[in-house]
Design a protein around this ligand. Sequence first.
Ligand SMILES: Cc1ncc(COP(=O)(O)O)c(C=O)c1O
Length: 440
Amino acid sequence: MPPAPLALSSRSERTTDSPINGLIRLALENPALVSLAAGLVDEESLPVEEVADAAADLLSEPAAGRAALQYGTVMGYAPLREKVLHRLAASDGLRPADMNLTPDDVVVATGSQQLLALLGDILLNPGDIVLAEAPTYFVFQNVLRGVGARVLTVPMDEHGLDVDALESLLRRLDRSGDLPRVKLIYTCDYYQNPTGLTLSRERRPRLLELARRYSRTNRILILEDAAHRELRYEGDDLPSVKSFDRRNEHVVWTATFSKPCAPGLKTGYGILPRELVGPLLRLKGDHDFGSNNLTQHLLDRLLASGAYDAHVARLRQVYRAKRDALLEALAEEFRDAPDVTWTRPAGGLYVWAMFPAGMESGPSSRLMRAALDEGVLYVPGEYGYSPACGPVPRNEARLSFGVASLDQLREGVRRLRRAVRSASRPAGRNAAAAACAAAQ
Ligand SMILES: Cc1ncc(COP(=O)(O)O)c(C=O)c1O
């Protein structure tokens, strides 16, 4: 007799598999495929020697080694918390005290993704509203769906999130009586995943001013996801939105060692308004009573020795060359296709491509099938949009230059060009039938 059906919680039933996981699996199973989809980092430049040296150094001191192999605290290794705080303040030309911050406002986590998920849980009830960029980071959308939040999106332009549109949306929500349900504004403001766009300097204080002004019945927090800030390839660094939040009231800052160092270390950190630290730690304690302590000690040594900064400097060169190779290949291959456009990121790992209106790029589209036939993979742009906000653009794609080599990037774009050509041809009877079958 089969067992009785499992009765999962409604929280679990709302939680879906990230569509990106399927794409990553596909790329791993087909090594001949050029993956412009995966968010993985450049393999060759992973800091194997630096981490080996830090580990040898740490474990050669028995007391330090034992401390690193013991459980740590839920909040994270104190010297590491202190260092990341000073680094954030220094990159904004400030001292922690200028932002009313101490190391006790810093939490180290198992990747910044853990912080995003915990924040969703401690802040949001089903039906609460989160305002996010359109498009936004796919995986955080999943988190928000899981907690039952309503995601309302705000358009972006070449200067990042459109703060005028945000203000209009807040005004509308105020008029409709929904303002008390707005808890969070989520922005990935440096070289955004997925578009590569960056919030301009002028818009940064304005974003905070809007959050403050519309915090009437409850505080509207800004979640500033700065996962890619350190991967800057041109121009000056921009001040964080957090740096304008001098009383540490409105901005939750999250960042990670995954992209600028190694995702296998799976360590991120958050800098939070003080009242959030307790609730976050209580839930985190239930999850793990502390993230991996050994990696925190290793990262602390990498920061202290200067190996981390030297690595980031080298990594910037590697990714700058990759970004340039991708952009040059796009310009070359699509020079006769003015209706295909793309962003030009100043950092990060992503370029956002826009195909002609009507050329769908979704998982069962002709373009996706043609791309797979040609041997190239991208992420359909529609995954970044919330269906609650009107028609979803279906002719866009995220192209990542993280993991592919320079040659693979050039080859990937050649294949994409052939796929776009093939998807532009009028569909024959068989192709149309196949499209219907694939969409079932
Ligand atoms: C924008 C953004 N935020 C957060 C994360 C989470 O990264 P991690 O958990 O490895 O720190 C990622 C990873 O790709 C990301 O792109």
